[in-house]
Design a binder for this molecule. Structure first.
Ligand SMILES: O=C(CO)[C@H](O)[C@H](O)COP(=O)(O)O
Length: 172
């Protein structure tokens, strides 16, 4: 699989190790920076480039790395078509694929040992989307919002809550 990766300085070392790890497992890795260690660099440009590359490359996945992964996830999610999940365990990584069909995973390089972080990313890559109707429906609602936002329409109206049932009306 082709895997697009990016990090700022806080995930820089992890990114180098991840690139080697994934290449060793037969993946094609495309690095979107940072390309040099600069303790003052900023994550948005790297993560936006990674997100754009994933959206343009059907079937690929992305990994964005930082200190916590929070800002990296936020940045990647600014790209239309990106569904970036912050994974902090093997289970959250698997659920990001199974339920959310996430195409980008964010990870905090300062939050995990290298071995644990690699395990989380491996779990994300290995897990397929379930394709369950309820998850597909929810993802489609988010894609619909992206389209509406571009047209200046904003969020569609949330469904009205069901009226409370009068027990006297019950036939049972
Ligand atoms: O995780 C991050 C964003 O969510 C960054 O990697 C983190 O904020 C960088 O911190 P510093 O500039 O203090 O090294």
């Amino acid at each position: 699989m082709r895997i697009h990766i990016a990090s700022d300085h806080a995930g820089f070392e992890f990114k180098a190790a991840l690139s080697e790890h994934l290449t060793g497992r037969g993946h094609e890795v495309i690095d979107h920076g940072a390309f040099v260690y600069d303790p003052q660099d900023d994550y948005p440009a790297f993560c936006l480039a990674c997100g754009e590359a994933v959206v343009a490359d059907a079937g690929s996945l992305g990994v964005v790395l930082g200190g916590s992964g929070n800002g990296e996830q936020i940045a990647a999610n600014k790209v239309d078509g990106v569904r970036a999940a912050l994974a902090w365990s093997v289970e959250t990584a698997q659920l990001a694929r199974q339920h959310n069909n996430a195409n980008v995973v964010a990870l905090g390089g300062r939050m995990h040992s290298l071995d644990r972080g690699l395990e989380i990313i491996d779990a994300f890559i290995a897990e397929p989307f379930s394709g369950d109707e309820r998850h597909t429906r929810r993802i489609a609602q988010l894609a619909d919002y992206e389209l509406r936002a571009h047209d200046g329409l904003g969020a569609a109206q949330a469904p009205a809550p069901a009226a409370p049932q009068d027990p006297a009306d019950s036939q049972d």
